[in-house]
Design a binder for this molecule. Structure first.
Ligand SMILES: Cc1cc2nc3c(=O)[nH]c(=O)nc-3n(C[C@H](O)[C@H](O)[C@H](O)COP(=O)(O)OP(=O)(O)OC[C@H]3O[C@@H](n4cnc5c(N)ncnc54)[C@H](O)[C@@H]3O)c2cc1C
Length: 496
């Protein structure tokens, strides 16, 4: 490949893990010319994330990425709850409104990545695997990206770059993004192995005075087996893990022989945590693990990244189409960074509660007791599932609903039954008109009608407003109990 030839795109996504591929699929949907540069020649099947939490499920369903949607008008009285844990303590129940998909959706990270990649390719995105980004130079109007591909060095020019290149992000390092970090205090081992005496290994989350084992015991095949040692971080985290090491750690914690064979995957990790101080430097954004990492307790890391992707991509698409308000792209960091900090804090709190020191038993008992209190349980469930996410308001005279996620409402339109999930499938902001003042709202929105989906509908719910403007990611931008609609539209989508 002649290095003098430059490939142009509106957006280059560095890293085609699940987060990068979702950004690409969303940008492709909006017709943004996008190139993904990914080191791996194909998706790597590693036992990492397998849990999508409620807010991710709800966001992905609204963008058509999950088939987990309830039927229109379905489930009004359905109890929508899944059992989970907090710091390994049983009793947490994650609930979602009855009109939403089930709060927990199990799907491997690798399968999600494959799905998003397929969708990105179908939507015209160029995915270049076996391409590793080695350099990035920002100019005032564009970013130059250098990648090493199978045929040599290649150059790319993009208006914007999204660094979704994981925990060891080159984009972050090349541009010197500063980070807020907490050092590692524990060491964890993970193996996908055959347990040859499986009935002696406790299934699930198990604490002993010496640490934790977390096992998905499969007596007929490979089991996913974790250990957590609270005596300190690994002396050499990058030295490869061996079967003998995993076995000896399992036996130290459980206090009896844990025979295992046939390892197919090993990993060592710890609780080092990071949130970058800003998610943006000029034309370059970070998303997913490139922007934040933490201990994987509660299964929140991928969820955080996928919600970054859903937040950033429509803002990039509107900016590139010239239909963005001033500073729209800055709302990405303003909205997503506090959410990441809260997740880092909750994982650190959970890990503190997991320390095997018997002196913590009364605290664990107290938290278990609180899990039995409905309000406390709901508080923690909403935190782990990110259903408590509220973005900062942009307007001073806004509705109290501004920044909140609009729950799925069964609706009736002239075309028949529908709901909020379906109305958001085409990726446009939706102006939902439910009351008598319809014409006044239509008139204010007239100048933005080319980018809005304006829908007249009836709802059998008692709602505190008669019109609402929903962003493409499902959050409320405006409701009729706030200031003027035209002001909000100008703020988010610019002068018509
Ligand atoms: C053991 C374990 C269990 C976990 N369980 C959960 C869970 O249950 N739920 C959950 O939500 N999260 C979980 N996580 C966290 C989750 O795996 C990560 O948050 C997720 O992988 C982040 O996705 P990403 O796309 O941001 O980064 P990655 O998946 O790391 O993808 C980054 C991609 O960038 C590519 N890349 C890197 N550098 C370059 C470069 N210079 N040029 C081109 N490409 C590059 C890499 O090859 C990679 O494909 C777990 C993590 C671990 C370790």
């Amino acid at each position: 490949m002649d290095p003098a030839v430059t490939t142009r795109a509106q957006v280059v996504v560095v890293g085609g893990g699940p987060v990068g591929m979702l950004v690409a699929a969303e940008l492709g949907h909006h017709g943004v010319s996008t190139v993904v540069l990914e080191t791996n020649p194909e998706t790597v099947d590693q036992p990492k994330a397998g849990t999508l939490h409620a807010r991710t499920v709800q966001g992905l369903a609204r963008r058509g990425h999950l088939r987990a949607q309830p039927a229109a008008g379905d489930g009004l009285s359905r109890r929508n709850a899944d059992a989970f844990h907090f710091a390994g303590l049983p009793g947490l129940v994650i609930t979602a409104p009855g009109t939403e998909p089930a709060p927990i959706y199990g799907r491997s990270q690798a399968d999600l990545e494959r799905d998003f990649e397929a969708r990105a390719r179908t939507r015209g995105v160029t995915v270049l695997r076996s391409h590793t980004v080695t350099d990035l130079v920002q100019g005032p109007d564009a970013v130059q990206v250098t990648a090493q591909g199978p045929d040599g060095v290649r150059q790319f020019t993009a208006e914007y770059v999204v660094g979704a290149d994981g925990a060891r992000s080159s984009v972050r390092d090349l541009l010197g993004f500063a980070s807020e970090t907490h050092p590692a205090t524990v060491s964890a081992l993970l193996g996908l192995v055959r347990l040859t005496d499986p009935y002696r290994v406790p299934s699930g989350w198990n604490r002993t005075p010496h640490g934790w084992t977390i096992a998905g015991v499969n007596p007929y095949g490979h089991s996913r087996f974790f250990t957590i040692d609270f005596r300190g971080p690994h002396p050499d985290r990058h030295a490869p893990l061996t079967l003998a090491e995993l076995r000896s750690e399992a036996e130290r914690i459980l206090g009896h022989p844990v025979p295992m064979t046939d390892p197919v995957f090993f990993s060592k990790f710890n609780d080092f945590s990071r949130v970058v101080c800003d998610y943006r430097k000029g034309r370059v954004f970070l998303a997913g693990d490139a922007a934040h990492v933490h201990f994987p307790v509660g299964g929140q890391g991928l969820n955080l990244g996928l919600q970054d992707a859903l937040n950033l991509s429509w803002k990039l698409a509107h900016t590139l189409a010239g239909t963005a308000g001033k500073d729209l792209l800055d709302t990405y960091a303003a909205e997503r960074r506090p959410v990441a900090r809260r997740v880092v804090d909750n994982t650190r709190a959970q890990l503190a509660l997991m320390r095997p020191d018997p002196g913590l038993d009364p605290l664990r008992d107290l938290v278990s007791e609180l899990l039995g209190v409905e309000g406390a349980n709901a508080h923690l469930g909403n935190m782990i599932s990110a259903q408590d996410t509220v973005y900062p308001a942009r307007t001073s005279d806004g509705s109290p609903w501004e920044g909140h996620f609009l729950p799925n409402l069964p609706l009736t339109t002239a075309d028949g039954p529908t709901d909020v999930i379906r109305l958001l499938l085409d990726g446009r902001p939706v102006l939902l008109l439910l009351g008598a003042d319809e014409q006044a709202h239509r008139k204010q929105a007239e100048s933005w009608s080319h980018l809005l989906r304006v829908v007249r509908a009836e709802s059998d719910r008692q709602l505190p407003w008669d019109a609402v403007l929903v962003r493409p990611d499902g959050y409320v931008a405006w409701a009729s109990d706030g200031g003027p609609l035209a002001g909000t539209l100008r703020e988010w989508f610019g002068e018509p």
